[in-house]
Design a protein. Structure first.
Lengths: 277, 246
């Protein structure tokens, strides 16, 4: 069994072993982690990619749920006015700093057998992890969307209202108008979800092959003392997220290119006479 | 350009589409408009003039029903109880980050135009303002003049009875200004009631049948265009006119 296969076995089985010789030299650990990350990324190791796939599945689903609620809620908050509106915005902005461990604990209490939602029987399943991450993501999407749409509505909302749009219609149209900027909001939300460890550890339990995701694996390997493997996994996680970001950036660029091209100055070819010093 | 008559006597005989009585607007503690009594009748072309901050745009928004106000604002309804349809073109029209075509389609959808008629109306509107070949371009890459023409097309497409224009040719070059003025002329010639704010006295002379001069949020002069430019005016209005002419 080579070193990578051995370590992949650890990922699947969760055997606690300490590799303290690597821990003793941090720079050595870093170099080793880069090599490991490269190995893991280039060799298609099923145990690793199962963990990666589950991470993407859980965080992707949580982001979709959070985006659906957050985009609608944020856009509505941007255009609606009601008593206590400012208080709601303050609370919402405060929730941006919601500690993930606290969310994990609350969701755990809700979903545990004695909790109000215990009958669902989803604790220690990926569904519970999706619920916890969605709770974390909703305030991020809502708060950022509210700010974005409120800025766009300033001075423009009246024009849409004058065309016959009602407040929620104005909000939806401004969501369409700001759709490329909102992609960045969704990326931020996905980043918050995929990098989160506390909540999924509590409600998922980090069960090998069932609820083990990238971040909980990294936490586990760190606790076992295998820092290079933990760092290597971190690098793989970053690479996967970077690939998603690149895809979305390419999409944004393709859509915005006509607008940007129209505003980009174009240098005319130098003429033999005109403009010569 | 069509010859400009003075339809004021005919217009005065008609019931006002919109009437303001003692109307005012406050933004916080600041009084922007006060004691405004005026009426807009069908077929009129009203130019609102005055210096910056005199309340022209706020008066347009008030007539259009876009701002909370003091006093009375009455809108004439027809036998079915429907208010006259209205549209407004703002000084800096807001175009969604969509194609020219979709900007028009959305305006028609918001105005409640049935789906079956939208494409035909959008096509006609684009032809009307000579933007047909730009239909698939992003609206926000158009030049300032083209954007203003698109905004006019968007307003015209919903066939409003009253069209409000807020300095429709501000910051346009002379060519674009001519195009936009010609379109306003054509819309008015079709029977559309036009209320516009402008700094340009020549434009008021060319396009309006009636001129309303505002100062510090109050209507100081409200006269047919010929009377406004040919008869003595209050001192404040004279000073404004001489400044604009200089």
């Amino acid at each position: 069994m080579n070193d990578l296969a051995y370590r992949a076995g650890q990922l699947a089985g969760g055997t606690i072993l300490c590799r303290s010789s690597l821990c003793a030299n941090p720079m050595g650990s870093f170099t080793e982690s880069l090599r490991l990350a490269w190995d893991m990324a280039t060799r298609w190791d099923p145990a690793l990619w199962q963990v990666v796939a589950l991470s993407l599945q859980v965080s992707g689903t949580a982001t979709v749920i959070g985006a659906t609620l957050g985009l609608m809620g944020g856009a509505w908050l941007a255009v609606a006015r009601f008593p206590g509106h400012r208080a709601v915005v303050v609370v919402l902005n405060t929730l941006l700093a919601l500690p993930s461990v606290v969310v994990g604990l609350v969701v755990y209490l809700m979903l545990s057998r004695s909790g109000p939602l215990g009958s669902w029987g989803i604790l220690f399943t990926p569904t519970a992890m999706v619920v916890a991450q969605a709770v974390l993501v909703v305030p991020v999407v809502t708060a950022l969307t509210r700010q974005l749409v409120a800025d766009a509505a300033h001075g423009n909302g009246e024009q849409l209202r004058s065309m016959g749009a009602r407040p929620f219609g104005v909000a939806c149209l401004l969501l369409v108008h700001e759709r490329w900027a909102l992609l960045t909001v969704l990326l931020t939300a996905f980043g918050r979800a995929v990098s989160e460890v506390g909540a999924v550890m509590i409600v998922g339990g980090n069960i090998a092959g069932v609820t083990r995701v990238m971040t909980t694996t990294i936490a586990l390997e760190t606790s076992k003392g295998d820092l290079p493997l933990a760092l290597g996994l971190g690098i793989v996680l970053l690479l996967v997220v970077a690939l998603i970001n690149l895809g979305i950036a390419a999409l944004q660029w393709l859509q915005r290119e006509p607008e940007m091209a129209a505003e980009r100055p174009v240098a005319l070819p130098a003429s033999g006479q005109a403009g010569a010093p | 350009m069509m010859a400009l008559g003075d339809p004021q006597p005919r217009a005065q005989g008609l019931a006002p589409l919109i009437r303001l009585e003692g109307a005012g607007v406050r933004f916080g503690a600041r009084i922007v408009l006060q004691g405004v009594d005026m009426a807009v009748r069908a077929g009129e072309r009203v130019a609102l003039i005055g210096s910056n901050g005199s309340g022209k745009t706020t008066l347009l928004r008030l007539l259009h029903g876009q701002v909370p106000h003091l006093g009375q604002r009455e809108v004439h309804t027809d036998a079915q109880g429907r208010e006259p349809s209205q549209a407004m073109v703002f000084q800096r029209p807001f175009l969604l980050r969509l194609s020219v075509w979709w900007n028009l389609q959305l305006a028609l959808w918001l105005a409640g135009v049935p789906g079956a008629q939208r494409s035909q109306r959008a096509r006609r509107a684009l032809e009307r303002v000579n933007l047909r070949e730009h239909a698939q371009r992003p609206a926000r890459v158009l030049s300032g003049g083209q954007q203003q023409r698109l905004a006019l097309a968007r307003a015209w497409a919903v066939r409003p009875q009253v069209l409000f224009l807020d300095e429709p040719t501000a910051s346009l070059d002379p060519g674009a200004k001519r195009d936009v003025e010609a379109l306003i002329e054509e819309f008015a010639a079709e029977g559309m009631t036009v209320v516009m704010s402008t700094h340009n006295l020549g434009q008021a002379k060319r396009l309006a049948t009636r001129v309303v001069y505002l100062e510090s949020g109050q209507v100081v002069v409200d006269r047919p265009v010929s009377a406004f430019f040919n008869e003595p005016l209050p001192e404040a209005a004279e000073q404004f006119l001489s400044g604009e002419r200089a």
